[in-house]
Design a protein around this ligand. Structure first.
Ligand SMILES: Nc1nc2c(c(=O)[nH]1)N[C@H]1C(S)=C(S)[C@@H](COP(=O)(O)O)O[C@H]1N2
Ligand SMILES: [Mo]
Length: 562
């Protein structure tokens, strides 16, 4: 038999069904005829040897700047250095953005390798050369072996669901990590940080000076840090948005963690510098890591308004859960901004500058923006987005998992977390098993301790009589009586931030308190056949012919006579 003639693309059926969206052409319907616009293609990686040669010895250009500061390059005071780095980066053609939103998410751990970020660090060379390897070594050393590595470099990882809410205070090794660059390795004896800009007396401080309790009273606070990308995967699975593996890391529900931080209030340090002058209204924070953005290099910079600092809600910290800060979480000095998104809590802090307006650095002005729904690639303007500071109230179910089969006796055991930003806290957690029509309240004794700046973990036995697919939904009410939007669609946005809609999971309910179900489960057990996956056809006949015929003897036939 002759081979059939096939002229379709491989995977044509999947493409037609929207399962390989990256290959779909755009339809332009604005003319008299519909035109198809082919998707962007990318040239093979290449480099301009001549241009690179003219730059000279990169290891010498970007050599160690401060004794005891490995992997640190100070970019912000050196426009010349930035320009050279830019020239290097534009002398290469880099591989394209990996497609993980419109295509399948790789079944690997790390999920994404961060190939381009590694290449960029290697291309700059010097102090940045070994940063990708050093950072990965620190992940092995400081993080729990069960962490889910979303992105190997810059490292982004979250604990598996089972361990997210295992304890109300997250052990350091299980706290999620979100990095925009490599981890600088700074010796505490060689460390100091600068306070400058619009302060009366700019100066620097060593760690010993900051720790001198006669000058700065020690404060300890339990704080939940939540990344505004938490639960982003729900938005991605609904509709893909802006795509880049660092800004848009595909977080699940684990990009949130709670720890007790010790340090001092930043307000006191500003006072020690004689206070703000000349109408300063914001504090700009500098992290010692290097961030790559659109062929440019920079340190990690964001800002926070003075009003927040003045309220003693911005801390300089060096201890996490009674231990020195792990390197991966900002050693030797990290900012902790109470009730704001994680992005503002700058790690490896080396400088604070008092300024008049919010920082123009990309992490403040071009990322962490909450866009209106009709903003997208076709009409993007940064000024249309709200800079995200306080997270709205949110919650998530950590067990069971979506698509899981649950055998129960009329109650499904659920657990999870609830959190609200800005110093609001969860007052009530509710669960529904019918998609959000009827709600059960989680009894207060099933919620962890109430604190101003933290989440509350919860557990609940959710009544469920029905069988088959049920939709379990969870929502929280905070102390200001705010609650969560009902569906992901309601608040979907191009930057895929702030997935605070009710968390919904689909669970296949098998209610063993029903005698018939119980008997059938025993049959499965006797036959030694697992019930999962539910898609596998029966290994034995679910009904004997004897029983079948008995039924029809007792009942009317399928069709009746007149
Ligand atoms: N210097 C620096 N600070 C940083 C970041 C970073 O990449 N560099 N990431 C921020 C973001 S987006 C978050 S969510 C938190 C995460 O803190 P963690 O890694 O300690 O959990 O750190 C913030 N501070
Ligand atoms: Mo974040």
């Amino acid at each position: 038999m002759a081979a059939p003639k096939i002229t379709n693309r491989p995977g044509e059926w999947k493409i037609e069904q929207g399962m390989s969206g990256a290959e779909l052409p755009v339809l332009d319907m604005t003319g008299s005829q519909i035109r198809t616009l082919a998707p962007q293609t990318f040239p093979a990686p290449a480099k301009d040897e001549e241009a690179l040669k003219s730059i000279g010895d990169r290891d010498a250009l970007f050599k160690m700047e401060r004794k005891g500061w490995k992997g640190f390059v100070e970019w912000e005071n050196y426009p010349d250095k930035k320009a050279i780095a830019r020239k290097i980066l534009t002398s290469y053609t880099w591989p394209p953005n990996p497609e993980f939103q419109l295509g399948p998410i790789p079944a690997t751990n790390p999920v994404l390798p961060g190939i381009r970020w590694k290449m960029w660090h290697h291309a700059i060379g010097g102090e940045l050369q070994t940063v990708p390897d050093d950072s990965w070594d620190l992940v092995q050393k400081e993080k729990h072996p069960e962490m889910l590595h979303l992105l190997q470099f810059p490292y982004n990882g979250e604990p598996p669901k089972r361990l997210v809410t295992d304890k109300a205070i997250t052990p350091n090794s299980l706290h999620f990590v979100r990095n925009h660059g490599g981890i600088p390795i700074i010796d505490s004896e060689d460390f100091s940080f600068d306070m400058d800009g619009l302060v009366a007396n700019p100066r620097s401080f060593t760690l010993d000076e900051l720790m001198d309790e006669s000058k700065f009273p020690r404060v300890e606070t339990t704080v939940t840090i939540q990344c505004s990308g938490t639960r982003r995967i729900e938005q991605i699975l609904k509709y893909p948005g802006q795509g880049d593996e660092v800004p848009q890391a595909p977080w699940a529900e684990g990009a949130i963690g709670t720890a007790r931080y010790a340090g001092i209030s930043l307000k006191k340090v500003i006072k020690a510098c004689g206070g703000l002058i000349d109408g300063a209204k914001h504090l700009e924070f500098y992290g010692a890591d290097t961030y790559f953005k659109d062929d440019k290099v920079m340190n990690y910079l964001v800002s926070v308004p003075w009003s927040k600092v003045k309220a003693n809600e911005v801390l300089l910290t060096w201890e996490m859960n009674g231990e020195p800060l792990p390197r991966i979480h900002g050693y030797p000095l990290r900012l902790v901004v109470l009730g704001y998104i994680g992005a503002r809590s700058v790690k490896w802090l080396y400088r604070i500058k008092a300024i008049k307006n919010p920082s123009l650095a990309p992490v403040q002005s071009q990322e962490y923006l909450y866009f209106p729904q009709q903003t997208g690639k076709h009409n993007l303007k940064f000024t249309d987005g709200i800079q995200i500071q306080e997270m709205p109230v949110s919650s998530a179910i950590m067990s069971p998992w979506t698509k899981q089969v649950v055998i129960h006796n009329g109650k499904i055991q659920c657990n999870g977390w609830a959190y609200s930003g800005g110093g609001r806290w969860p007052e009530r957690v509710e669960l529904s098993m019918d998609g959000g029509f009827n709600w059960y309240t989680v009894p207060l004794e099933n919620l962890s301790e109430k604190r101003k700046w933290t989440w509350r973990t919860w557990k609940f036995e959710l009544p469920c009589d029905v069988e088959g697919w049920v939709e379990i939904v969870c929502r929280c009410w905070d102390n200001a009586l705010n609650t969560q939007p009902s569906n992901v669609r309601t608040s979907w946005n191009w930057g895929l931030h702030v997935t605070s809609s009710c968390h919904r999971i689909s669970v296949y309910s098998i209610n063993k308190s029903r005698p018939r179900t119980k008997a059938r489960l025993e049959e499965f057990e006797k036959a030694g056949v697992p019930i999962a996956p539910i898609t596998v056809p029966y290994a034995f006949s679910p009904q004997s012919w004897e029983e079948y015929n008995q039924f029809w003897d007792k009942h009317d036939p399928r069709d009746v006579d007149e």
